[in-house]
Ligand binder design. Structure first.
Ligand SMILES: *[C@@H]1O[C@H](CO)[C@@H](O)[C@H](O)[C@H]1NC(C)=O
Ligand SMILES: *[C@@H]1O[C@H](CO)[C@@H](O)[C@H](O)[C@H]1NC(C)=O
Length: 268
């Protein structure tokens, strides 16, 4: 009696254990998908180049560059001024900027410049009345981040690392100016000094407004989110700034994941 009970219960216990393991395994994958993501996102072993641009509200600027093929990482921050350790509430003479780390074999500085010029209106210069800064700040906090772009549009700067980039930037500005003589291109070209990364809450801002997407990525910890190429791309996707075909492709992937119930989006 005792023996047969043991015989019966052993497979039962075994299958229970197996079931527990498989469940634990599954929940492990769901809770820590960043471990999988890590291997996918290992930075390429050849050096990346870095470019910094200011083109208005940095929430949007980051999304402008994040979806480009060859862009590996994006970071928002403050540059172009002299104040040390600026922050969002007091950026001093700095401009909201985006730092773009890119693989020069896939995209060039010249191509980034084209994106820069096509992504904002560099011509409207607004007076710097006593409250323009505040007005900008106020507008930028509204859900429609696009509005803030209009108000700080003259904080438009191409940062360069030296003569070659300076030459390319100056040429591209000339070309832009040629398009219309009736207004002046206000964009400045500056040698990059210190780039101060902005506070975490401003990084991947568009993506963070979409908790569902964050969840699909497995709720990566902040440091990983900031370094992630997938997050940079999805940040653009969330702002609808990826090219239409890429937007569609990501839609398809997301729908696929939802259908399968497997909540990890690790490459796009
Ligand atoms: C400056 O950037 C260019 C890419 O635009 C790169 O090829 C070059 O190595 C950089 N120079 C320095 C000194 O970092
Ligand atoms: C923006 O415009 C104001 C007033 O026209 C000017 O004082 C300021 O230097 C400009 N900023 C940039 C970055 O061009």
């Amino acid at each position: 009696m005792n023996l047969s009970q043991t015989n019966l219960s052993l497979p039962y216990i075994l299958s229970l254990i197996l079931l527990t393991i498989s469940l634990a395994d599954k929940s492990f994958c769901i809770r820590f998908p960043d471990r999988i993501t890590n291997t996918v996102q290992d930075p390429p072993d050849h050096p990346l180049n870095t470019a910094v641009f200011a083109l208005g509200c940095f929430w949007r600027s980051e999304a402008v560059f994040g979806c480009l093929n060859g862009v590996v990482r994006t970071t928002v921050g403050y540059a172009g001024g002299s104040k040390t350790n600026p922050d969002y509430r007091s950026l001093g003479d700095h401009a909201e900027s985006v730092q773009v780390e890119y693989d020069p074999r896939l995209i060039t500085f010249r191509e980034l410049l084209e994106v820069f010029w096509s992504s904002h209106d560099c011509r409207q210069v607004f007076g710097q009345g006593p409250d323009v800064g505040n007005q900008y700040r106020w507008k930028c906090l509204q859900p429609a981040a696009i509005i803030c772009k209009l108000l700080l549009v003259n904080r438009s700067i191409i940062f360069t690392n030296g003569t070659d980039e300076f030459r390319l930037a100056a040429l591209s500005k000339e070309k832009e100016q040629m398009k219309s003589k009736s207004s002046i291109v206000a964009t400045q070209i500056q040698k990059l000094g210190t780039f101060y990364p902005a506070e975490p809450e401003h990084q991947k801002f568009e993506l963070k407004r979409n908790p569902f997407l964050l969840q699909l990525m497995g709720n990566l910890p902040e440091e990983e989110l900031e370094k992630s190429s997938v997050a940079a791309k999805l940040n653009s996707y969330a702002a609808e700034l990826c090219p239409p075909n890429v937007q569609k492709l990501i839609d398809v992937k997301i729908n696929d994941i939802i259908r399968k119930g497997w909540p990890i989006l690790r490459d796009v």
